[in-house]
Design a protein around this ligand. Structure first.
Ligand code: URA
Length: 222
């Protein structure tokens, strides 16, 4: 749970941009891993729950494949509001329909909500962070990283965090984290071939979950 003041500040920071609503992160204090997505969509904003739309259904299948439940992981994203754009469609009878569509968050929106993700990472100190998609990978590890090269690999690394709300610059944490990048579940709606790659990543992730779990147990029994 975030401090109210922090949420207020971040909502103010994102106000100039076309973003709506707010979805809190969700999960236990000591999750199996922290999942970092991109931003909520229309369904998530409507229901107030992360990853419950179409991408969420894919995520459920991925979690089943890993043999874990949503209750065991902490689900959050780079931006906690829904970035939207207006799309114009022409119906067959010639009527013009305008509708709100989801879109990828831009750098200013990512900066606006950066303190929220920083706060969650610093307080939860997850044993493992699974980034889903390019936005989450770039936010935490920088734009030199490419998802096509890094997906399915465990990286032991510092992550980027905002220096301050005044400077709006990022620097590396002192703390090291285990970061495992993979594709965003929604990516397969545009590129079906990625589904096989995601399942290969999950097959690499599964044994890591066991070894991280066992080493955490070993540490706590010392
Ligand atoms: N995509 C995300 O990254 N997060 C959600 O909650 C839904 C879709």
């Amino acid at each position: 749970m975030y401090p109210e003041k922090l949420v207020e500040q971040c909502m103010k920071r994102i106000q100039p941009y076309a973003c709506e609503g707010f979805v809190w992160g969700k999960g236990p204090e000591n999750p199996t891993f922290m999942l970092v997505g991109e931003a909520p969509g229309a369904t998530e904003i409507e229901k107030g729950e992360p990853f419950i739309g179409r991408a969420g259904e894919m995520l459920n299948q991925f979690l089943d494949h890993l043999g874990i439940t949503r209750e065991e992981i902490y689900i959050t994203s780079v931006v906690r509001s829904r970035p939207y754009k207006f799309e114009t469609k022409h119906a067959k009878d010639g009527t013009v329909i305008q509708r709100k569509a989801n879109r990828t968050p831009n750098q200013k929106e990512i900066l606006a909500h950066a303190p929220l993700l920083d706060y969650q990472i610093a307080t939860i100190r997850p044993k493992l962070i699974v980034t889903m998609g390019t936005i989450a990978l770039h936010r935490l590890l920088g734009k030199e990283h490419q998802i096509s090269a890094d997906h399915g690999t465990l990286l032991h690394t510092s992550v980027l965090k905002l220096d301050s709300m005044e400077t709006n610059t990022y620097s590396w944490t002192d703390q090291q984290y285990n970061v495992f990048p993979t594709y965003h579940p929604a990516s397969i709606f545009y590129n079906r071939k990625l589904l096989g790659e995601i399942y290969e990543d999950l097959d690499k992730l599964r044994p890591l979950l066991h070894s991280l779990h066992n080493s955490a147990q070993h540490m706590s029994s010392k």
